[in-house]
Design a protein around this ligand. Sequence first.
Ligand code: FAD
Length: 467
Amino acid sequence: MLYKKVDERVTKKLKQIVGAANVITDRETLENYSHDETPLYKSMPEVVVKPTSTEQVSEIMRLAYARNIPVTPRGGGTCLSAGAVPIHGGIVLTLEKMTRIKDIDKDNMMAVVETGIITEEFGRELAKNGLFFPPDPVSLDSCTIGGNIAECAGGPRAMKYGVTRNYITGILAVIPDGTILKLGGKLLKNATGYDLINLIIGSEGTLAIVTEATIKVLPSPKIVVDLLVPFKCVEDATNFAVEILQTELMPAAIEFMEGDVVRMVSKYLGRKIPYAEANAHTIVEIDGDDKERVRKTYNRIGDIALKYRAMDVLVGEGVKDREKIWEPRKKIGDTLKELTKNVAREDLVVPKKQIPVLIGKLKKCVKKHGVEVYTFGHLGDGNIHADASVEKTRNISDAEIDKMRREIYEITISLGGAITAEHGVGLSKIPYLAMALDSRQIEIMQGIKKVFDPKKVLNPGKIFPEP
Ligand SMILES: Cc1cc2nc3c(=O)[nH]c(=O)nc-3n(C[C@H](O)[C@H](O)[C@H](O)COP(=O)(O)OP(=O)(O)OC[C@H]3O[C@@H](n4cnc5c(N)ncnc54)[C@H](O)[C@@H]3O)c2cc1C
């Protein structure tokens, strides 16, 4: 596909639509929009625009569509599959100025927001009203609701509460030709025709730009307790999680960090983490409204932990203790970025019981390539992140990385898994899509893309291979 360049006339038009202050062309600022959090992927946009309304987004799309200019939507830029990288240049359309909470409707337990709002800020406002939006990607403090919708983000609490798609009941979406679609509303049920909302959720910004979302919210749990449970081996940690999930106890999260990761984070934070010598740390979060019931639940979880030879069960009830338990888990990304050279950040999912097998096989596989793999993630739903890293000074060829990634995916698929659980295909997994989906499935998906975007102007070069 041949795209047109953003020339002076287009820039002038964009300034008329959003105002000169919201059109960025200086190289230094453009650089900030040339990458997201995916290692190794980078491409400069020609211009960045910051619309402040759905109507402006529509006008920008109308202009870009008529002139064949690629547009890459962007939220917080925390994507881990290079979905926000403007691979064909063109316009980066950032939603960062569309951050209003338009409605918090306690009667219907719904909220309406502009999608540029940071997920954590939305949560804070809800909390003031005794409400709660469960999806909690670990990037909470910098990702946006729009990005969460585009990626169908999950997070630690997904095992109990589900992912973003389980909470979105309506959207305002601008499709590539500029048409504004108003889909759904404050409705918990809706069987009117095909479910376009759920088609757009998880479509990685390739079908529509979501500018506003109607979101189902829940009452905030009154009590939250976290347990830190270290184990001597990954098998014990996995069996512990599997047994908890066979009971009615249902914690909000069961997270996992392998021992090497814990020790690395301890070094990065410069603080002693209890039982850093363990080979697997789990964090179990329990929430509820009744103090006694929560206590009974964590006591029973503690008993299950001991059955699987847990080295200890540390309980965090106050906010400070809970933050201390979570800090290492939340700092893994920063740690690996600082102390190693990340060459791939994988987001694998397998049936839970297969986790120890997956981790064992991954370790063996990457070793052949002289690479280390650091595993952590959402044990409760079988979603393991595997960051492949080398020493900062080492050079590794693209061909070697590609070979290793192919082997990682072969292992995952052979265990009944999928190559991405919550980070999406984006740009970084395109070469491997055909390993995960058959050709007919890919053809149907490409057909859907064609209906929304026959000129391929919206987030082009993502999900599907290009000729
Ligand atoms: C440290 C760290 C921890 C993370 N933890 C988790 C986790 O626990 N769970 C999880 O699911 N993910 C996690 N992620 C990945 C990432 O944070 C999520 O995918 C998040 O939803 C991306 O949101 P964003 O606003 O940063 O989107 P961006 O990175 O800006 O964009 C992501 C994709 O969405 C598209 N997009 C953005 N906004 C819109 C919009 N309004 N309309 C249409 N398309 C849009 C972009 O084009 C791009 O394709 C983590 C990332 C990091 C760096």
